[in-house]
Design a protein around this ligand. Structure first.
Ligand code: MG
Length: 256
């Protein structure tokens, strides 16, 4: 999930970062497992029920369910939907679709948050390239999250990869700090200028989450108050990991 907040960053101690790894592990495990369920004929509500059950079996709590009134344990956003799709029994995955799934879990009060875009069966070359490039842009953003660098370095790294491929970088939604709250300061834009913005300090824990469109970067919300889609109907991909900035480089917390 994504958000916009204006408070100071809440830096985490090494012990707190260690504690956040359990929420990250559960978030990553269920995101991987739900990916195995993605196939033509499955509804996004089925994916949601599966994830909620898996999270609770881990002794964790779904981070998204009830957040701001959101009804699901996942966000499920097919094709031209960018983020925040509400799971539904009437949204049935079709051969050739892509589906962005965002999962979050809370363990001992700490939040993990991550997302991946999966192909449904065989997808066309444009969608394949969109998935490859968006994932690659996320890794470039993570690599740029070095202590002493700046927020603009992360955004610049993501933007450079995406725009070199001719894709649009969503501006209106951004990554975020994460900890005991799912959305903490700072914002983590997927665009920016090198050396600009907040200086990255050890203990900063953030979600790096490029939202990249095959066409225009312009997006708009739907009437349900949650789902965001591309203005031109082009497909959109979303990859996200929770990472900690440390003296030894970025450490991925949403990993098994
Ligand atoms: Mg997020």
């Amino acid at each position: 999930m994504i958000g916009r907040f204006k408070e100071e960053p809440i830096l985490k101690s090494p012990a707190e970062i260690e504690a956040m790894k359990e929420a990250g592990r559960v978030s990553a495990k269920v995101l991987r497992m739900v990916g195995d369920l993605v196939q033509p004929g499955v509804s996004t509500l089925e994916l949601d029920s599966y994830v909620e059950e898996l999270i609770r079996l881990e002794g964790a709590t779904p981070a998204f369910k009830g957040y701001g009134g959101f009804p699901g344990s996942i966000c499920s956003s097919p094709n031209d939907m960018v983020v925040h799709g509400i799971p539904s029994s009437t949204v049935i995955l079709q051969e050739g679709d892509i589906i962005s799934i965002d999962t979050g879990a809370v363990v001992d009060g700490w939040v993990g948050d991550n997302a991946w875009t999966y192909p449904v069966g065989e997808i066309d070359d444009e969608k394949k390239r969109l998935l490859e490039v968006t994932e690659q842009s996320m890794w470039a953003g993570i690599e740029a999250a070095q202590a002493g660098s700046h927020m603009g370095d992360i955004g610049h790294a993501v933007q450079t990869v995406a725009e070199a491929a001719g894709f649009g970088v969503v501006r209106e939604y951004v990554g975020h700090g994460v900890g005991r709250d799912m959305h903490e300061m700072p914002n983590v834009p997927n665009y920016g200028r090198p050396g600009r913005g907040l200086r990255l300090e050890p203990g900063l824990v953030i979600c790096i989450e490029p939202m990249i469109n095959a066409g225009t970067y312009h997006v708009h919300g739907l009437d349900d108050g949650w789902a965001v889609v591309t203005d031109d109907g082009s497909p959109s991909a979303h990859f996200e990991k929770t990472i900690a900035v440390t003296e030894d480089g970025p450490v991925i917390l949403t990993t098994e």
